[in-house]
Design a protein around this ligand. Structure first.
Ligand code: BJW
Ligand code: ZN
Length: 241
């Protein structure tokens, strides 16, 4: 075990209010594309986020947006949790704040009550007018573009697009958890999307130890934090040994 991993593992073992904060890199080894990094299949290297993950893009070409989500849903249907999801899923007493919409943390064993989905879920559709109508989706057979049966507006994936507010109760809970944590394990996120990324300085300023696990260096890391460069699936099982 490297010295850095050993120091981090000791801090994790000693923490009384540990939480995780994850991004797309956590699911990369399950075959789910990240959004922005050096890999060739990073989604925003191949697709324009303002066309596919915004209200403006949905208005301009709703079928293209729904087709893109259907392709991602079919891929997710084939994915299984990796060693990092499983390592996190085995930890009792942890809260997991995730930007991921894939539910692989829960599939890896995490208690759904303790997983906070900041950016929504690919497992559900909702009415774009937010009339309250939602539907559970069969990932293997995702529905095409269709209208809300309750109000006639379009149905869309239950995820948070750019320019949209995060669900207030989820953000409130995540903010409270970050403020009260004594350790924050940050896994596989570029930490550039707000307000999610703001949880890192919030926890740090409130006194939490911050440990980053990422294949690339993080701009959020500072002299106080521990930064482990490596794949989540390799590093996390060692941190919990
Ligand atoms: C590995 C690995 C391995 C790879 N192991 N690691 C303040 C300042 C500036 C801008 C803003 C601000 N506040 C708000 C904004 C605007 C905007 C924003 O942040 N823009 C920035 C990009 C500039 N934020 C919003 O619009 C948010 N809403 C909001 O603020 O509402 C209030 C408001 C309303 C109106 C006006 C103004 C304010 C909403 C953000 C929604 C983000 N949505 C998406 C799509 C979700 C649905 C979907 O899946 O389709 O969420 S975008 C995308 O980015 C997705 C992710 O959750 C999110 C974060 O990405 P993540 O998870 O970090 O992934 P990557 O790919 O970026 O990074 C992966 C990392 O893993 C890399 O570092 C790799 O190195 C690493 N890695 N393999 C370990 N094996
Ligand atoms: Zn509706």
């Amino acid at each position: 075990m490297s010295d850095l991993i050993e120091v981090a593992a000791k801090k994790i073992a000693a923490a009384t209010r540990p939480i995780s904060f994850s991004g797309a890199g956590l699911s990369a080894e399950s075959g789910i594309s990240t959004f922005r990094d050096n890999s060739e299949d990073a989604l925003w290297a191949n697709f324009d986020p303002t066309r596919l993950a915004s209200q403006e893009g949905f208005k301009a070409d709703p079928a293209a947006v729904i087709d893109w989500y259907s392709a991602r849903r079919r891929k997710l249907a084939q994915a299984v949790p990796n060693a990092a999801h499983k390592a996190l899923g085995q930890q009792a007493g942890w809260t997991h704040i995730t930007q991921n919409v894939d539910h692989l943390l829960e599939q890896g064993g995490a208690d759904a009550k303790h997983v906070l989905h900041l950016h929504g879920s690919l497992l559900k559709d909702q009415c774009n007018a937010d009339c309250g109508h939602t539907e559970v989706i069969d990932l293997n057979d995702p529905p095409g573009l269709r209208d809300c049966p309750d109000c006639g507006n379009r149905m869309r994936p239950s995820v948070v697009w750019f320019g949209e507010s995060l669900r207030q109760h989820v953000l409130n809970r995540a903010t409270a958890e970050a403020a009260e944590a004594d350790l924050l394990l940050v896994i596989g996120t570029s930490a550039v999307v707000y307000p999610a990324a703001g949880l890192i300085p919030l926890a740090s300023e409130a006194g939490a130890d911050i440990i980053f696990v990422n294949t690339e260096a993080s701009e959020m890391a500072d002299g106080k934090s521990i930064e482990i460069i490596g794949k989540a699936g390799d590093v996390l099982p060692l941190l919990f040994k």
